[in-house]
Design a protein around this ligand. Structure first.
Ligand code: UDP
Length: 322
């Protein structure tokens, strides 16, 4: 049985990856320090014989006994609100954490895939973003702690590949959504759905003309799975090219939830990218991958998930980071 270590296992993406690798018949070691992750996302796996959980911060030395075939490094705060609250941990998990895991990959002769991000493109001046674009990042702005950690992460991963011959993969993840997103992570989708469910106005930052392109989590996981099993070492964008303004997105959420919420306008956060859309030609060509789930379909599943949460969770979520 192949053994895979997934860091950030209790998070949104990590937990979906655990599910996928269990389904594919792997032995999964899920690791998380639970700063932003939640064990509820993986509690259904604890009864399985091919799953184990390790409560550990990968910024410190990582020890995993026995054989290891794959490492997927998905531990990191990943929403602007989170990494503004815990900037040092964000920098450490992307830099020190990645270094520790690359060392582990080298020692175990494991293949390592790192979760990079469209944030490496910053506020992009090339649209849509191709992997060859180097980006427009402000290193000392509020997003710098995340963006630069991820850029460093790509650099050290490539260095371990070229210098030590470690088998590495780099995925650049664009905005992704689905069940198990944290209601209070500050991201636009849980923010809007949470507001609609609580009967509050939807908060649009800026004038709402900024764009994003939202990918359903199952599509993302499929792309990552294919990339891991490929022999391609350069970065690959995985995301859904269907682009939408934040104002249009608010309208879609209002329609979806059948509420009559109003929208209100708040200040645009510093360095908030004005546009974002992945060019996925590379993923199409190398992985034969493209997204399959429409926004309409994906949003419905995600809304059903948020609706199933208790009232307590819905209201508690509002205050966690405030
Ligand atoms: N946004 C918004 N209202 C909110 C939360 C976010 O208008 O309550 C905007 C945010 O300013 C950004 C976009 O929605 O332009 C996506 O934000 P998110 O935090 O989801 O991710 P980002 O792509 O900025 O990392």
């Amino acid at each position: 049985m192949k053994r895979v270590l997934i860091t950030g296992a209790a998070g949104f993406l990590g937990s979906h990856l655990c599910d996928r690798f269990i389904k594919e018949g792997y032995y999964v070691i899920g690791m998380d320090n639970l700063i932003t992750g939640d064990l509820k996302n993986i509690e259904h796996l604890f009864k399985l014989e091919n799953f184990e959980f390790a409560h550990h911060d990968v910024s410190k030395f990582v020890f995993v006994p026995g054989q290891l075939d794959y490492i997927l490094h998905f531990a990191s705060p990943a929403s602007p609100i989170d990494y503004l609250k815990i900037p040092i941990q964000t920098l450490k998990v992307g830099s020190l954490g990645t270094h520790n895991l690359l060392g582990l990959a080298k020692a175990k002769k494991a293949c390592m895939l790192i979760a990079s991000t469209s944030e490496v493109y910053g506020d992009p001046q090339v649209h849509p973003q191709t992997e060859n674009y180097w980006g427009n990042v402000n290193p000392v702005g509020p997003r710098g702690v995340y963006d630069e950690a991820k850029r460093f992460q790509e650099a050290i991963t490539m260095a371990y590949h070229t210098f030590h011959g470690v088998d590495t993969k780099i995925v650049r993840i664009f905005n992704t959504y689905g069940p198990r997103m944290r209601l209070n992570d500050g991201r636009v989708l849980p923010a809007f759905i949470g507001q609609a469910l609580r009967g509050e106005d939807l908060t649009i930052f800026g004038d709402g003309s900024q764009t994003r392109s939202f990918c359903y989590v199952d599509d993302l996981v499929e792309g990552i799975y294919r990339l891991l099993l490929s022999d391609y070492h350069q970065p690959v964008n995985i995301g859904n090219p269907s682009e939408i303004t934040i104002s249009q997105f608010a309208e879609e959420i209002i329609k979806l939830t059948g509420t009559n919420q109003k929208v209100i306008y708040k200040d645009l956060p510093v360095d908030d990218p004005k546009q974002r859309q992945p060019d996925i030609s590379r993923a199409r060509e190398i992985l034969g991958w493209e997204p399959k789930v429409s926004r309409e379909e994906g949003l419905k599943i995600t809304y059903d998930y948020f609706r199933s949460l208790s009232k307590e969770e819905l209201y508690k979520s509002k205050h966690r980071f405030e």
